[in-house]
Design a binder for this molecule. Structure first.
Ligand code: ATP
Ligand code: MG
Length: 394
């Protein structure tokens, strides 16, 4: 029996004239992402993306798992495919459905006649298939109102598809369909979530990470690479630029009033990130900041930080509580890695009493004490680039 994977579009169904563009982006992304599961024909019709295995070697379970992490897809179902006549449909259903229904308390079959030329109505299809399948699983009740499992027979343009319900997809809109942004990625909980959230809204993401070796260790950088790789479960791949702040921080600590240290470091990070962003065609920066979380994330501090660059800074977590951010971090699988204790360049040389209500004028006076331009040029020239992939692609 042939199985096909049915991926239903999420928000793209609402797109008007731009829909074909989004569909194209979605197909291309899906093709790349399920490649490790084998060769599939990918085509779309009536707001469904079909993944049809080309040969026996295809691993359907694997493909379903990959497809569930592709943005733009609302639900994913693996289905048995058969000819569009009732004989074939019933034959396939009695072969395919009982093992999926067994072990549940109750079930029902639903018909979905996507092709209105099909001679039976949706309720008629449901009744015939339900009765044939029900005979084979007498221990499972039929419950039309509140079944534990709903099997579905979909009559589509070319074939019929039979499945036992669908799983939730990643939602959002197709990856890369809304322009490129550069994520400031630390080893913490927040920034991987911020990257995931912007990617889910269609931003193509690349990352910049700042290290401060030997104050931060090589292992700390590997932790960040691992976080990037976990985000790649949803984005497929990501370029991570690594910039060392060691010399800049050593110079700052000598010359700057310590209460301004964090803010000036953040402005410096923004400038370097914006430079990396421009070079790679990004139009915005993304950070994991959330209002009031720490001293450098009060409104006055954020304003001072932003004024260092002439590029929009997107902060998808700005209005979220830590608890809510952690829930997402757990869901996407980054949390356990994030909480491993490694140092971050933001935490070396940190002042005891950072400014929470900085005034830009005073900040600029402090900033003038260090030749940031020269130091940043040097740091930027020494930048390293790492290509990050999903674990499966390594
Ligand atoms: P997280 O590190 O999980 O983002 P946090 O609460 O530790 O959260 P901060 O250290 O205050 O946040 O940093 C705020 C934001 O600045 C981060 O979300 C991230 O976008 C950026 N950032 C911090 N440290 C680095 C770093 N070493 N490299 C790149 N970006 C960083
Ligand atoms: Mg951090």
């Amino acid at each position: 029996m042939k199985e096909t994977i049915l991926c239903k579009y999420g928000e793209i169904v609402l797109k008007g004239l731009n829909k074909p563009q989004f569909e194209k982006a979605l197909s291309a992304e899906m093709k790349r992402r399920i490649a490790p599961a084998g060769e599939f024909d990918i085509f779309h019709s009536q707001s469904i993306l079909y993944l049809s295995p080309k040969n026996e070697e295809c691993d359907i379970d694997f493909a379903v798992e990959f497809a569930k992490k592709v943005f733009g897809i609302a639900t994913v179902a693996r289905a048995a495919e058969c000819e569009k006549n009732m004989d074939a449909i019933i034959k396939t259903a009695v072969e395919y459905l009982p093992e999926k229904i067994r072990g549940h308390k109750s079930f029902k079959v639903e018909g979905k006649r996507g092709d209105k030329r099909f001679p039976l109505t949706s309720p008629e299809i449901a009744r015939e298939v339900g009765s044939a399948v029900g005979d084979l699983v007498p221990e499972v009740d039929v419950d039309l109102k509140n079944p534990e499992i709903t099997a579905i027979v979909e009559i589509r343009e070319d074939c019929a598809y039979i499945h036992a319900g669908s799983e939730k997809g990643a939602g959002g809109i197709p990856y890369g369909s809304c322009g490129k942004a550069t994520l400031l990625l630390s080893g913490g909980i927040d920034s991987p979530v911020a990257g995931y959230m912007m990617a889910r809204r269609g931003a193509l993401i690349d990352a910049v990470h700042f290290e401060s070796f030997p104050y931060t260790s090589e292992r700390a950088e590997e932790k960040v690479a691992e976080l990037a790789s976990l985000v790649c479960e949803y984005t497929g791949r990501m370029r991570m630029k690594v910039i060392s702040l060691t010399e800049i921080q050593e110079e700052m600590v000598k010359k700057i009033d310590q209460e301004y240290f964090t803010l000036l470091l953040r402005r410096c990070m923004m400038r370097l990130a914006a430079r990396a962003a421009r070079e790679s065609g990004s139009m915005a920066l993304v950070t994991g900041e959330s209002l009031g979380q720490v001293a450098s994330q009060t409104m006055p501090a954020l304003v001072v930080t932003d004024s260092a660059v002439d590029m929009p800074v997107l902060r998808p977590l700005i209005g979220m509580d830590k608890e809510e951010i952690i829930t997402i971090a757990r869901k996407i699988g980054t949390f356990e890695t994030s909480i491993q204790p490694y140092e971050d360049c933001c935490t070396v040389f940190t002042p005891k009493h950072p400014k929470t209500r900085p005034e830009l004028e005073k900040v600029l006076i402090q900033e003038a004490k260090v030749d940031f331009e020269a130091l940043e040029n040097k740091a930027y020239e020494a930048m390293r680039v790492r290509e990050i992939r999903r674990a499966i692609d390594n």
